[in-house]
Design a protein around this ligand. Structure first.
Ligand code: NG1
Ligand code: MG
Length: 420
């Protein structure tokens, strides 16, 4: 049994008390699932490439010494209620504020997305759970900030699914089935055509490790991070609104799918830089075949998008290998290259994210800095020496135009059932 930090107990106690108050009985199930930060491998998951995310807790550092960690989790406590309905109270702003959802969870045909929005993730998981589910009461709360690229949605899905497993005793023998069911929940009930990374890491994360995930065959490799020693990952939330992100996400995804079709590949994972230089260009610009010719500018944009995906997949593999060799300098360089490619070729950065990255990179002791998540807003992740964390935070507070928030990421465990 892994260490349960006292702070997790605090989140748990609050949820249990609310449950007793709302329902007049004690909950008998308690589960949690974390958000995640992606270290490298951005916009590669839906191209069947590699990603390298980790679950994390927010480390408390004093004079470079680790003296605690705050949880970044979504927690659900609950109990069967001998009915066909489920009634769920949300306690936190990151899950739609204080609100309640009530619906029939036995008749799956009747289950449709609706209001409140956060309950759609829960409904999606119930609809995709391979066993029947009885009615239940629950309280859900979260410390994962919403809309920041730290995957609060996957945390809610994976927590829900883990809750259903604990309640029915039907635990998935393969964690990939659980992740895939949660991904379908997001596609079908939240209408977000997300890749597989978020659900996988939330379900499979292990304390002290990042996870290298091959999004083509769904094989994984735990990458130990204990050797980071005097380095740490700092997450900076730009707290900038990212209105563009969902339409741009779909547009990028469609562009990649179209490009892979034109190249005659199942996905961009099968493509390599030669495709960009020879075939692709030739095919697009010179051939009079059945391919619908687009303007030169549109083709150039597609080539940039494809170049990002191809090079990012390579960078991710090299980054995982560098981490295994404790070559953090190389890892940091790859993070920088990743950001530059997301900014210039994939064009998903923003002035806020660029500014955070530039400020951080200017400090001696920073090894690399990049945007994380889909882009346009949300967070950056920076690899740096522990002894310059305070300097970087102070400098960002001083020079960044917005109001940032910070998390020092300690690799932590994925979804779990907690003892009551
Ligand atoms: P964020 O922005 O962290 O939600 C999104 C996708 C991921 C992945 C990244 C880009 C969702 C829910 N998740 O992450 O699957 O494609 O963008 O690497 O849309
Ligand atoms: Mg999300």
């Amino acid at each position: 049994m892994a260490t349960i930090y006292p702070e997790v107990s605090e989140v748990k106690e609050k949820a249990l008390q609310s449950f007793s108050k709302e329902f007049g009985v004690n909950a008998d199930i308690c589960v949690c699932a974390p958000g995640r930060v992606n270290l490298i491998g951005e916009h590669t998951d839906y191209n069947e490439g590699f990603v390298l995310p980790m679950c994390f807790q927010d480390l408390i550092l004093k004079f470079d010494i680790e003296c605690g960690a705050l949880p970044m989790v979504t927690m659900i406590v609950g109990k069967k209620n001998n009915s066909t309905t489920c009634k769920i109270f949300s306690l936190s702003t990151s899950i739609g504020g204080q609100s309640v959802a009530e619906f029939n969870c036995v008749d799956r045909e009747a289950m449709k997305p609706g209001e409140p929005k956060w309950a759609n993730y829960v409904k999606g998981c119930i609809a995709n759970f391979p066993h029947s589910t009885p009615g239940f009461n629950a309280v859900v709360t979260s410390t994962v900030p919403v809309g920041s690229g730290l995957s609060s949605s996957a945390a809610l899905e994976v927590a829900t699914y883990t809750f259903l497993e604990a309640m029915t005793g039907q635990v998935s023998s393969k964690p990939e089935d659980k992740a895939l069911a949660c991904q379908r929940a997001e596609h079908e009930f939240a209408g977000v055509p997300c890749g597989i990374m978020d659900q996988f890491i939330s379900a499979m994360g292990q304390e002290g490790n990042a996870l290298l995930l091959d999004c083509r065959d769904l094989t994984t490799k735990q990458i130990p991070m204990q050797k980071l020693d005097d380095c740490v990952f700092l997450i900076t939330n730009s707290n900038a609104p990212h209105k563009l992100s969902s339409s741009a996400y779909c547009e990028r995804r469609d562009c990649c799918i179209e490009a892979s079709k034109l190249l005659g590949k199942k996905s961009l994972r099968e493509a390599n830089v030669n495709d960009l230089e020879a075939d692709f260009l030739l095919h697009k610009f010179c051939s009079f075949s059945s391919v619908v010719l687009k303007s030169k500018a549109a083709n150039e944009v597609t080539i940039k998008r494809v170049r990002h995906v191809i090079t990012e997949i390579q960078r991710t593999l090299e980054a995982a290998a560098s981490l295994e060799k404790n070559d953090f300098v190389r890892f940091g360089q790859l993070m920088n290259e990743s950001h530059n490619s997301l900014r210039d070729d994939y064009e998903v950065s923003s002035k806020e994210l660029d500014s955070l990255v530039t400020i951080a990179r200017g400090v001696d002791g920073v090894l690399g800095s990049r945007l994380t998540g889909a882009g346009f807003g949300g967070c950056t992740v920076t690899l740096l020496k522990k002894n310059v964390v305070d300097t970087v935070i102070e400098l960002i507070k001083k020079e960044y135009a917005g109001t940032p928030s910070f998390y020092i990421a300690k690799p932590s465990k994925g979804a779990q059932v907690l003892k009551l």
